[in-house]
Design a binder for this molecule. Structure first.
Ligand SMILES: [Zn+2]
Length: 380
């Protein structure tokens, strides 16, 4: 069994230990020490990283009481100096203790259980057994931040098997021995093996972000401490820029942007209708013909070509070719009421460096040839 220094003191950044084994494995070397401050991946929390001697630690896991460190180099047996990436560890201590506070409050006020927890490098989520309203969550968030301002003590202890049954704690275990309880002032008592801050004031801001209904309950995204500051910076910078672009005070950007998007959608619809009317007006100028006809509208999009073809086709007895683009790069829409185009399009594409296809009365695609060649092919 590895001696777990993180149980005794969550603030150990550097320590010495003895390397017991270091053997090649998938992804590096599996290194076991007699004692460690590296917290393994456990209970939804990602593991600590850092260095053992000159080797980097990329992953830490526990099996049967032994903590294994995956290092990028083998280590010689004997004494070694170790150091944690403590910035990352402290960030998780802040987020993790904040999660205890939020879940403790939700348990006390609403009687809900914590049914899932994940603390990774990018996001922190926890799941509760039933959904809460936005107002309820805001109240929970207020109380959680008051707990931070009160700077309460966070204690950890191992009650005796005699003491344990009398204790009312969250995440109750079947075990009667070796249960580690974490007590956050009068706010929460919970079984947990991870490192926590020693006073709630160290957590800094606690902020609930998104929520999502999940398996009959609710998944809640949150940030705390340094992560909350980073999150605030990113969001503040975005709001500041949106505010400047719209020339609107920061607290009115959502309303202004909603109006802007709605106005833009209306303009898009108007533009579409205008383009269709323009395409149809081009069709008005087409004269009746018994043969084929080729028309070029360099700047038309697919929808405008379609509007034109639909309106002009009754006037063309042969094949109607509508093009947009320029020599070497034409988009085509070809239609006919008398010729089966699915049978014909292979020959057309072969002759005019084209690709595309469609239905018997309409095909679409592209030509890499010139307008002169296209006209010549269709005899117009
Ligand atoms: Zn915990």
């Amino acid at each position: 069994m590895t001696e777990k220094l993180y149980y005794k003191d969550a603030y150990i950044r550097e320590f010495t230990a003895t390397v017991i084994s270091s053997t090649e494995c998938d992804g590096g070397y599996d290194t076991v020490l007699d004692r460690t401050a590296f917290f393994p991946e456990e209970g939804g929390q990602s593991c600590d990283r850092g260095i053992i001697g000159a080797a980097s630690v990329s992953y830490v896991y526990e099996r049967d009481g032994v903590v294994h460190h995956i290092t990028d180099e083998p280590l010689t047996l004997g004494k070694v100096s170790c150091a944690l990436d403590f910035e990352s560890r402290f960030d998780k201590m802040q987020c993790h203790t904040a999660e205890h506070i939020l879940c403790g409050i939700i348990h006390k006020r609403h009687g809900l259980e914590n049914v899932g927890f994940h603390i990774g490098d990018d996001e922190v989520t926890f799941d509760v057994s039933s959904p809460l309203s936005r107002e309820e969550l805001l109240a929970v968030e207020d109380i959680a931040n008051e707990v931070v301002f009160r700077n309460l003590e966070v204690e950890t202890f191992f009650p005796t098997p005699e003491e344990l049954p009398a204790l009312n704690y969250r995440a109750k275990l079947e075990l009667t021995e070796g249960v580690r309880l974490v007590k956050v002032g009068d706010v929460d008592l919970c079984a947990c093996c991870a490192p926590h801050v020693s006073r709630t004031g160290e957590i800094g801001l606690i902020k609930i972000l998104e929520v999502m209904n999940h398996r009959g309950g609710m998944r809640i995204w949150m940030v705390a401490g340094k992560r909350a500051l980073t999150d605030y910076r990113i969001k503040y910078d975005n709001i500041r820029r949106i505010s400047a672009i719209l020339s609107i005070p920061q607290h009115e950007t959502a309303k202004a942007l909603t109006e802007y998007v709605s106005a833009t959608e209306e303009l898009k619809a108007q533009l579409k209708a205008t383009r269709r009317a323009l395409a149809e007006s081009k069709a008005d100028t087409v004269t009746l013909t018994d043969g084929n006809a080729v028309f070029l509208f360099p700047d038309f999009g697919t929808e405008e070509l379609r509007s034109f073809v639909n309106a002009a086709l009754p006037k063309v007895s042969g094949i109607l070719v509508a093009l947009s683009g320029r020599d070497g790069d034409y988009k085509y829409l070809i239609a006919s009421n008398s010729v089966n185009l699915t049978a014909e399009i292979k020959n057309i594409n072969q002759a005019l460096l084209g690709r595309g296809g469609g239905k018997p009365n309409a095909v679409q695609g592209s030509f890499a040839s010139t307008l002169t060649d296209i006209r010549a092919y269709f005899n117009v």
